[in-house]
Design a protein around this ligand. Structure first.
Ligand code: ACO
Length: 326
């Protein structure tokens, strides 16, 4: 693997003010706080306003990053936005982020890899910088999943929330921080998690239209079976032992699923960071939200080794091993 020449130099996040609690969900569908906590570990999620869209959340997250770290983003070479809930099919959400931030000259690109989007975007940012093409890339994971959630379906509506996280990835020849990467896909399983676009019939199969559709059991089994092995391969590629990993940061899909992954995987639950309890499943935003919470709580420090692992719709996954440097 080529030696990385980049590192994360700043992080920022944003979640909408409106809270959707388990008690609120009890009023919408036949569910209970007890069932939700026991099966998912979730207590609250944040919900965007009707006129608040992914580009708005993304811009807030970038502005938060600028406020916290005093970084300059006006000279960014590229904006990558990972999302499954773009404002439009086109123009890209990244183009709208560029306009709203008033960055004069930058590339802008959306990335769709569902809940693995943020880690895929990080790998691309590091690759673009390490290859010498660019020096500074803004990476955003942002979602308004509430806008594609069916609030009459108790099997999905208790899970999803809205939010955004941004990091800045910059060239650093002296102190690069990306150690190893992994990605893989099981497209045959894509039917287990989808939202239709152009047709309610695909490959001769009738689909449910309009909202997110999920076969939770199948995703659960796939993730718990595959991620522990993927983590081991990633550690091997980075020539690191599991003991050297300070924090495992998986996509915050479901706390019980993460516990099952940790039981089978190389890094235990007590060295795992999530954002699931008070943010729900925020897809591409969940990993930066977990990182930011850990920074704010004083748990994640410069010098720590972190293993990020996104997975979900596709079904696809991307993992990155890196040194935290801020
Ligand atoms: N409240 C009460 N009961 C419920 C609810 C609810 N909200 N939802 C389902 N149930 C019931 C079901 O109807 C079923 O009842 P039955 O036995 O009478 O038929 C029972 O609970 C068990 O249902 P299962 O679907 O088998 O429940 P399971 O234990 O598998 O938990 C869950 C469901 C939480 C969705 C779990 O499967 C899961 O988290 N899977 C992973 C999902 C995931 O990670 N998705 C995100 C991928 S990332 C992305 O790209 C968006």
């Amino acid at each position: 693997m080529t030696q990385s020449k980049s590192r994360i130099t700043a992080i920022g996040t944003y979640v909408p003010a409106k809270i959707l609690s388990n008690a609120d969900l009890e009023k919408l569908v036949d569910t209970s706080d007890e069932w939700i906590v026991q099966r998912t570990g979730m207590r609250e999620r944040r919900i965007a306003e009707p006129d608040q869209f992914v580009s708005d959340l993304a811009v807030e997250a970038v502005n938060d990053m600028v406020r916290r770290y005093g970084v300059e983003v006006k000279d960014a070479d590229m904006i990558l936005v990972a999302t499954s809930t773009p404002d439009y099919s086109f123009p890209s959400t990244a183009s709208r982020v560029q306009a709203k931030l008033g960055i004069q000259s930058t590339g802008a690109l959306d990335l769709n890899a569902a809940c693995a989007g943020f880690t895929y975007a990080l790998q691309l940012a590091d690759g673009l910088i390490t290859s010498g093409i660019y020096r500074k890339v803004i990476v955003v994971g942002a979602e308004t999943l509430s806008k594609i959630t069916d609030y009459t379906d108790r099997t999905t509506c208790v899970l999803f929330g809205d939010g955004a996280g941004a990091v800045l990835v910059e060239r650093d020849d002296e102190s690069p921080a990306f150690i190893a990467s992994i990605s893989g896909t099981f497209g045959e399983g894509g039917i287990h998690l989808y939202k239709t676009a152009l047709s309610e019939r695909m490959d001769g199969q009738e689909l449910k239209s309009g909202c997110l559709v999920q076969n939770g059991r199948e995703i659960y089994k796939w993730a718990v079976r595959n991620i522990p092995e993927g983590m081991r391969v990633l550690l091997e590629r980075g020539n690191m032992s599991a003991e050297e990993v300070d924090w495992f940061v998986p996509h915050s899909a479901n706390l019980r699923m993460i516990e099952a992954i940790c039981e089978r995987g190389p890094v235990p639950m007590d060295r795992t960071l999530t954002s699931v309890e008070y943010r729900g499943n925020t897809s591409a935003a969940s990993i930066p939200l977990a990182l930011q919470l850990a920074v704010d709580e004083g748990r994640l420090h410069a010098g720590h080794h972190v293993l990020l692992y996104g997975f979900g719709g596709g079904m696809t996954y991307a993992g990155s091993l890196l040194r935290w440097t801020i």
